[in-house]
Design a protein around this ligand. Structure first.
Ligand code: PLP
Length: 428
């Protein structure tokens, strides 16, 4: 497959956009080469500017659970657009989607819509700090909660030390309030509580980590966090930006039967439009302006096009009884096929999967946290990525990303993908 026009477009884009993109991972820096420019997409496929058709395993990094250009979402957006694209005033639509989300997700009574997952997590943290009157938070190395300052912190030398910013522009002052823990390590979290008694407002966690590849929570991890939060007057925030409405109707809370105090959403909840949200029980949400003292606002929050897309998406997910079983079966089928092909070719690998989130790590050690995720062989990943691209299969251009399976994939698509993996594996 040729990607000539994409390369030309990238060169042009690089003149006027930093790195040629509006979000860094799109630039292919960790795999080399130049990004694919998309012309259009439908169902499970992307069509690029060179006329190639690619089977898409990124799906806009998660939102397109039901496939690209999903008809009910497109119709809802087009019809709404004809009636005005933004008012900055309340609409009935916002209440409709809020009611539906509240009915689908356990433990939430009110929800606030924002414009991205980053905003959702940033606002959730502010709310938790305001509600508890404490400053510090615990986050896990390798978890991503968007690009706001408090989250761009990487581990220092010891687990109980303060974090250090991993982007210039994040101040030490901000970094010192973010404590870092190892994913799946309750002892580590316990020691942070002991060293910071009555100071920790919240733990924020991806209930299934999806930003160091896919890393499932080990048995008891999420429940252990719940117990530690309860014992310490700390709020538990599940960042369900990836997992919400993807792992089940009620997200990871429902799947693992663990309740969070605040839940954040993004991706699927907007059906492909820029939407995020955070939600909790009344006691917490009533702390938010205009009811309470914690300020949060947005000119385009609750935007009618975004709400129409989100409502169409959530309504279909809610009605679609077999959806999550189908996603599980399709992804399990893919997992089995990839395993067989890689084993046959003698490639060293680990596959992690929860429902329709899956990733392949090129290392034999089980991947349970950021350190083990970093063991993966990036040179093999690069070859795997570019090999698949040549076969018309588009996976995320980084070893630290999850594949998002869409219901639009047919078994024929999955078979073609498995065959492509076999072909590529022989050359790894
Ligand atoms: N939280 C998680 C778990 C994510 O995966 C992401 C983005 O990938 C975010 C938050 C940030 O969302 P957004 O990119 O919409 O700002």
């Amino acid at each position: 497959m040729l990607y000539k026009r994409s390369s030309q477009l990238f060169a042009e884009a690089s003149e006027v956009l930093p790195g040629g993109v509006n979000s860094p991972v799109r630039a292919f820096k960790s795999v080399g080469g130049t990004p694919i420019f998309v012309k259009e997409a439908k169902g499970a496929y992307l069509y690029d500017e060179d006329g190639n058709r690619l089977i898409d395993y990124i799906n806009s990094w998660g939102p397109m659970l039901l496939g690209h250009a999903y008809e009910p979402v497109v119709t809802a957006v087009v019809e709404k657009a004809k009636k005005g694209t933004s008012f900055g005033m309340p609409t009935e639509l916002e209440t409709e989607i809020a009611k539906l989300a509240v009915s689908m997700v356990p433990g939430i009574e009110k929800i606030r819509f924002v414009n991205s997952g980053t905003e959702a997590c940033m606002s959730a943290i502010r709310l938790a700090r305001g509600f508890t009157n404490r400053d510090k938070i615990i986050k896990f190395a390798g978890c991503y909660h968007g690009h706001s300052d408090s989250f761009l912190i990487q581990a220092g030398s010891g687990a109980i030390t303060f974090g250090a910013p991993n982007s210039p522009g994040v101040t030490q002052g901000t970094a010192k309030d973010t404590l870092l823990a190892r994913y799946n390590d309750l002892d580590n979290v316990r020691s942070l509580f002991e060293a910071n008694k009555n100071e920790i407002a919240a733990i924020i966690v991806e209930p299934v980590a999806g930003n160091m590849g896919c890393v499932p929570p080990q048995d008891g991890f999420l429940q252990g966090l719940r117990t530690l939060c309860d014992a310490n007057g700390t709020l538990l925030i599940f960042d369900e930006v990836m997992t919400g409405f993807r792992l089940s109707k009620g997200g990871a809370q429902e799947l693992f039967n663990v309740k969070a105090d605040i839940v954040t959403f993004g991706k699927v909840i907007g059906g492909g439009l820029p939407v995020g949200a955070f939600a909790a029980r009344n006691e917490i949400m009533n702390y938010l302006a205009p009811l309470g003292p914690v300020y949060q606002a947005g000119t385009l929050s609750g935007n009618p096009l975004a709400m129409a897309a989100g409502l169409a998406m959530l309504s279909d997910i809610n009605k679609n009884e077999g959806l999550f079983d189908r996603l599980e079966q399709k992804t399990a089928y893919l997992e089995k096929g990839i395993r067989e092909q890689l084993e046959k070719a003698g490639v060293v690998f680990t596959i992690n999967r929860v429902g329709s989130m899956i990733s392949v790590h090129f290392d034999a050690t089980p991947v349970v946290d950021f350190d083990t995720a970093k063991n993966g062989d990036n040179e093999t990943f690069k070859k795997f990525f570019h090999g698949l691209l040549q076969e018309g299969i588009y996976i995320a251009p980084s070893a630290y990303e999850t594949w998002f399976i869409t219901d639009a994939l047919s078994y024929e698509d999955l078979d073609n993908t498995i065959a492509a993996v076999g072909k590529v594996a022989e050359k790894l």
